[in-house]
Design a protein around this ligand. Structure first.
Ligand code: SAM
Ligand code: F3S
Length: 446
């Protein structure tokens, strides 16, 4: 019987990606198969996130549950990875003596060696260093599940926004070599992947060296990825507005494979708050970037992250955020109440906005953006969309589901032979979380 591995993931897409790489790695090195049931596992891994509050409490309450399993099953190996591990490695070992392994986002490739130490010597290990390039060199090729794949093209972040813990937990910016990225995408295309999402905390700062040493930026990389046979849809997440070059805006006109959706976090519409956040742009700069992008792809759908209740945020600052939202017209948002992160400069500022005010502002912002998204969805009714068919629909297995360029799920009457195809559908109905459509007679091969 193969050994079983259970992974619990908190946080962002980068963490989801890292978790799937942990599973690939331990399958290749130790033959572990993944399971959704921690009680059935021989090894359990917690991939943590510390971007927002309660990260530590969540980690220790999860570990407490696993401790009970270990009491019944002493051979269970418990590992903690991700950003909380990176920040609090030794403290986790002290507070949770039943944890065997602590590793950071940049040392997950050393998991097999750390596991061997536990299995052979029953020795507990902490490895939360930042060995940069080594990580990518040591990972096996990713396992392909379905027709879409994430490809991590850079690690860490060097922007040091005053509120953010990422540069401290994941280290500074580091780009994967261009040739390695291209090889990985070729390999994925050969295994049936049709859509790739290039990932990085600050992905448009990508500067991957070529074999001759010349750095390639994200715009140039996109052209190369689009030229790979089989890859017909490309996304990238997350972009920082400051690194949004003219070449990247032009790419929306030049590269039809580039999906018409962009996540471009603004965080706030108030210049005073943006300065305190150390974002290094103004609301007007951001609107100019949006205009430039729309000049090349007029129907692009935009989403953003917002932080509500940053220290000192006044009603006027919040009104400036709402005004920016009206000016841009967003399709989606990831909005969060500010949470002071230990070790960041903003944590020195008084967190002075009453929680009720923060919650009311968050509610106002979210309902406005939800209304904008609903009106975009209803305007899509009657129009045609190209969707990448991913498989049977979640609610009704007789139906099939795919996503539009602006990332909406469309359910329609399809057939198994359509999975992995780009299909043209006419949208017939907009529901709160999805669309319904009918496949147009001819099949579009993008
Ligand atoms: N690279 C992206 C950018 O250009 O802004 C951000 C990546 S960050 C890991 C993801 C999001 O988490 C941020 O955009 C921000 O909205 C949110 N976030 C980060 N630190 C936060 C904090 N201390 N409190 C609340 N939200 C936070
Ligand atoms: Fe964080 Fe700012 Fe980088 S939000 S991930 S420090 S761009």
């Amino acid at each position: 019987m193969p050994q079983k591995l259970h992974i619990k993931t908190f946080g962002c897409q980068m963490n989801e990606y890292d978790s799937s790489r942990m599973a690939d790695l331990l399958r290749a090195s130790h033959g572990y198969h993944t399971t959704d049931d921690p009680d059935a596992a021989d090894m359990v891994l917690l991939n943590t996130c510390s971007v927002r509050e309660k990260a530590q409490e969540k980690v220790f309450s999860q570990l407490g549950r696993w401790r009970q399993i270990k009491a019944r099953k002493p051979g269970l190996v418990i590992g903690v990875g991700g950003c909380v591990a990176s920040q609090e490695g030794e403290m986790i070992m002290k507070r949770a003596p039943y944890v065997d392994i602590v590793f950071g986002p940049q040392t997950l490739h050393r998991l097999p060696a750390l596991l061997d130490r536990v299995l052979q010597k029953r020795a507990r290990s902490v490895d939360i260093s930042f060995p940069e390039i080594e990580k990518f060199d040591c990972l096996p090729p990713p396992r392909v599940v379905g027709v879409k794949a994430f490809v991590s093209i850079m690690e860490g972040c060097g922007k040091y926004c005053s509120f953010c813990v990422v540069p401290y937990t994941r280290g500074t910016e580091f780009s994967r070599p261009f040739d390695d990225v291209i090889t990985e995408v070729y390999d994925l295309a050969g295994r049936g992947v049709r859509e790739v999402n290039l990932l990085g905390q600050n992905v448009n700062a990508y500067r991957g060296p070529r074999h001759d040493g010349r750095p390639v930026d994200l715009a140039e990389l996109l052209h190369y990825v689009a030229a790979i046979d089989g890859i017909d849809r490309i996304r990238y997440t997350t972009s920082h507005p400051l690194d949004f070059t003219d070449a990247l805006a032009r790419a929306f006109a030049e590269i039809p494979e580039l999906a018409g959706h962009l996540h471009l976090p603004v965080q706030s519409g108030s210049d005073r708050i943006l300065q305190l956040m150390k974002r290094n742009y103004t609301a007007r700069d951001y609107l100019r970037w949006v205009d430039k992008i729309r000049a090349h792809r007029p129907d692009i759908s935009l989403s953003s992250d917002f932080i509500i209740g940053f220290p000192g945020e006044t009603d006027a600052d919040f009104a400036a955020t709402m005004a920016l939202i009206e000016a841009v017209g967003y399709d989606q948002s990831f909005s969060f109440i500010y949470s002071p992160r230990p070790g960041t400069p903003a944590a020195q500022l008084a967190d002075d906005i009453p929680l009720a005010v923060k919650k009311a502002r968050l509610q106002e912002l979210q309902s406005r953006i939800n209304a904008m998204a609903a009106s975009i969805a209803s305007r899509m009714v009657g129009g045609r969309e190209t969707i990448l068919v991913e498989g049977p629909s979640r609610k009704d297995p007789r139906q099939f589901a795919g996503r539009t360029e602006n990332n909406r799920v469309v359910n329609f009457d399809g057939s198994p032979g359509m999975v992995g195809d780009f299909v043209s559908v006419t949208i017939t109905e907009a529901l709160p979380n999805s669309l319904r459509g009918v496949a147009a007679p001819e099949k579009k091969v993008a």
